[in-house]
Design a protein around this ligand. Structure first.
Ligand code: ATP
Ligand code: MG
Length: 771
């Protein structure tokens, strides 16, 4: 029970009160996530079975970190069997078990946003609508928001309010598009992200026996970041908790920043109505940030009208004031920040990982990327176009998806003529038409062409049959080969590898490398799954990829790097030194938000989230001139800077009239442009270029051969590994064996690794050596 000493009295009370509904409402950095983590550990410690606990987090990474922490307290055996993950990944798992109740096959594909948009585009085209009026993106947002409010296509068509809005937006046929979209997803045995939640609700509503099963199973339910749940998520939690009512949610209304995706602050208020006997905990001490930062953040959020009243204080003295930096141009902003990071790092003997740059929009990252690269500083970027969205990767993944679920229409359309096999768009159009008119999937049409040719000639049919046979050949292997075996087979038998290899243009070479990188990642996945005794088939790999969140591509070698991400992505995280850049009107607050008070309040909450990520120091920067859409614009500094109580600000420049009357101090650390030039040149000479080849790449596998004298990492002979031994794992690095369990050949070792914490490995597969 030592772990309870890590908590203050209120946190401890919240942890120990395990039974009944409870709500923790508290400001940033006050230990909400810590309370959830310790509460789970405490439950396990009291003998609650791990598989009866359901914990829902905002990212997969948050779930992993929580699990590691819990493993540290109560051991990894217990932590492994917890139901812990994002809403989407958890309910995707449940939907696969229960798919038959919904008329889906359990191998359904999860469409990503790009698939959804492609499908919408083809529907809009088929309906001969103007794609400038019916923009796929806008229509998808409408459908998404309908789904998150549990409005199905059928209900939408009958909802007069929805019709009125669409008519006002000059898109009266949105409801027909929604209907076709849902129908086509079903035909393709596919669900989009919102379906994962909507269908879970439909399942629980229409199959009371299934709901009862999960109600009985999940005795304890915990939700982090509750302020950003949407109605669909709220209802899932409510339904599941109905039997045991042991539901514990933590959140901060001041950090609700996803209302554009349907998040509802009202969920917190509903909680009070749904569980009138709930216990409320208020945490007031912020352990993350200095006094200066907490007070500054409080002075900003105070400006919002709608908020739940709460206190937040810090006892961390000695914090530096928030530094405000002015740059002449956006490029200079990149330059100054990179230099500031360099100087601060040297002066305080810090690591790169102690720094983060946060921005309002992904597009801002490029300039910082360039300036950090010029100064040879390593960085990692979250978000933006991820590795898995690249064309060549999506093409190959589409073959994988077809091997698992050949009805997947978006996958068929991507690869039916890739690599080229002489199947043109007219043919695809005919197949599509046949599918729509007969209500069958495109794949079924293709497989039945010998009986019903739909006007296609014999030559075309033969090409289509060859394609179908190729895919069928892969599908037959799906249960028998590992993810890596089948992925390698598919990349060579489709001819993709060869085609890319033959393209010697720089783009072709890089695409070929990306495919190699993907195969490396799949090999990694296959091996780790083996070692950890999990399923390692291609379907399992695809599930992981489909549900990736921004933080999930992180590699071990990514540790000591400057972090760059949007403020939205930074939720729940903390960094010692923080730069919030692009503090300009029309950028932050965003141009779209300044007309409505509600949206402006959301932007302000976003600023509050940004400030409260910092532990030691915040710097804010703005540029006087910035390129936007190819034109130079001359923005004014963000109103949010002025909203901070000026006693917490230091201006790193002579103020202009817009800031007059601030009574500020001038910081001494403002470096002149010339000094920076010299320093940059000097550093460039000293260090080699450190640019990562892929900023968002899949994890790269380590070389299989260890270059040290005692040779290779090998699947271990279980007899030689003993508890207490120091070992080195090919991927996880050095660690100590804590204990062994099970019988040969299935002995499992629990190992504590210096870098990645506690892991359980199946010795017959784990590549270890004794050190
Ligand atoms: P956010 O609102 O940003 O998600 P949070 O309320 O979830 O923040 P945590 O991330 O749980 O806060 O905690 C913030 C930091 O304070 C963490 O580094 C955590 O380890 C530390 N912390 C929390 N409680 C305590 C405590 N009682 N003693 C020492 N450190 C603590
Ligand atoms: Mg948190």
């Amino acid at each position: 029970m030592d772990y309870l000493n890590d908590l203050n009295p209120v946190q401890r009370e919240a942890v120990e009160k395990t039974e009944g509904p409870s709500l923790v409402i508290a400001g940033a950095g006050s230990g909400k996530t810590r309370v959830l983590t310790y509460r789970i550990a405490h439950l396990l410690n009291k003998g609650v079975r791990p598989y009866t606990i359901l914990a829902l987090t905002f990212t997969n990474k948050a779930a992993r970190e929580m699990k590691e922490r819990i493993a540290h307290i109560v051991g990894s055996e217990q932590a492994q069997s917890l139901w812990m993950g994002t809403f989407h990944s958890t309910f995707a798992k449940i939907l696969r078990y229960e798919a038959e109740h919904l008329g889906f096959d359990s191998n359904f594909t999860i469409y990503d946003t790009q698939d959804s948009k492609n499908l919408l585009r083809s529907i809009i085209k088929e309906m001969k609508l103007d794609d400038k009026v019916y923009k796929a993106n806008d229509v998808l947002n409408r459908i998404s928001s309908a789904k998150n409010n549990l409005v199905t296509a059928m209900a939408y068509a009958q909802n007069s309010a929805a019709q009125e809005i669409d008519a006002a937006n000059r898109r009266p046929l949105t409801s027909e598009i929604y209907k076709r979209y849902s129908h086509r997803c079903r035909q393709a045995n596919a669900m989009d992200f919102d379906d994962l939640l909507l269908q879970t609700n439909i399942l629980f509503k229409n199959s009371p026996e299934v709901l009862a099963k999960y109600q009985a199973k999940f005795k304890y339910i915990l939700v982090d970041e509750y302020q950003d749940t949407n109605y669909s998520q709220y209802l899932i939690v409510k339904r599941l908790a109905e039997q045991h009512k042991n539901v514990s949610v933590v959140g901060d209304d001041a950090q609700s920043i996803y209302s554009f995706r349907g998040a509802k602050i009202e969920n917190i208020l509903n909680f009070r109505n749904d569980y009138p006997n709930y216990q409320l905990f208020k945490l007031e001490q912020n352990y993350r940030s200095t006094k200066v930062i907490v007070n500054a953040a409080n002075s900003v959020i105070k400006k919002n009208q709608s908020q739940i009243k709460k206190e937040s204080f810090s006892e961390k003295e000695g914090g530096e004031n928030i530094k405000v930096i002015k740059a002449t141009t956006d490029h200079e902003e990149g330059y100054i920040i990179a230099n500031d990071i360099f100087e601060t790092k040297m002066r305080n003997r810090l690591k790169f990982e102690d720094f983060a740059i946060l921005y309002r929009t992904n597009a801002q990252s490029r300039i910082f990327e360039e300036s950090l690269r010029k100064m040879n500083m390593p960085y990692k970027i979250y978000g933006g176009l991820s590795f898995y969205q690249r064309k060549e990767i999506k093409d190959l993944l589409s073959y994988f998806r077809m091997a698992v679920n050949p009805n997947d229409e978006e996958a068929i359309k991507r690869v039916i003529n890739y690599p080229k096999r002489g199947i043109g768009s007219t043919t695809i159009g005919k197949l599509q038409e046949a599918a729509t008119s007969t209500g069958q999937s495109m794949w079924n049409i293709i497989c039945g062409l010998n009986e019903r040719p739909y006007g296609l000639n014999a030559g075309t049919i033969s090409k289509l049959m060859k394609f179908a046979n190729l895919v069928n050949g892969f599908a037959m292997k799906i249960e028998h080969e590992t993810a890596f075996e089948l992925a390698s087979r598919i990349s060579s038998e489709t001819g993709i590898i060869k085609e890319l290899y033959n393209d010697r243009s720089p783009e072709g070479v890089s695409r070929h490398e990306n495919i190699q990188e993907l195969l490396n990642a799949i090999q990694d996945f296959t091996q780790i799954a083996l070692e950890e005794d999990r399923e390692n088939k291609l379907a399992n790999y695809l599930e992981d990829v489909a549900l990736l969140t921004d933080h999930d591509n992180e590699k071990d070698e990514d540790r000591n790097k400057v972090t760059m991400m949007t403020i939205h992505s930074s939720k729940g995280l903390e960094f010692p030194y923080l730069y919030v850049v692009g503090m300009e009107e029309e950028l932050f607050p965003s141009k779209l938000s300044t007309s409505s008070p509600q949206e402006l309040e959301e932007e302000r909450r976003l600023f509050y989230v940004a400030l409260t990520r910092a532990q030691n120091k915040v710097s804010l920067s703005f540029a006087k001139a910035r390129y936007k859409w190819g034109d130079m614009s001359y923005p004014r500094p963000s109103r949010f800077i002025k909203e901070i109580d000026p006693q917490y600000l230091d201006f790193a420049y002579e103020q202009e009239p817009e800031f007059s009357g601030f009574g500020s101090r001038i910081s001494e650390s403002d470096s002149s442009h010339e000094q920076m030039e010299n320093r940059t040149r000097f550093q460039q000479k000293k260090k080699p270029e450190m640019r990562p080849k892929l900023s968002q790449s899949a994890p790269r596998i380590r070389p299989t051969v260890n270059t040290e004298s005692n040779g290779q990492f090998e699947a271990s002979d279980a007899n030689t590994i003993q508890a207490g031994m120091q070992i080195e794992h090919q991927r996880f690095g050095k660690g100590k064996v804590l204990h062994l369990e099970g019988e040969a050949p299935n002995i499992k070792a629990t190992v504590f690794f210096q870098n990645v914490g506690q892991k359980q490995l199946l010795l017959k597969f784990a590549k270890l050596k004794i050190v």
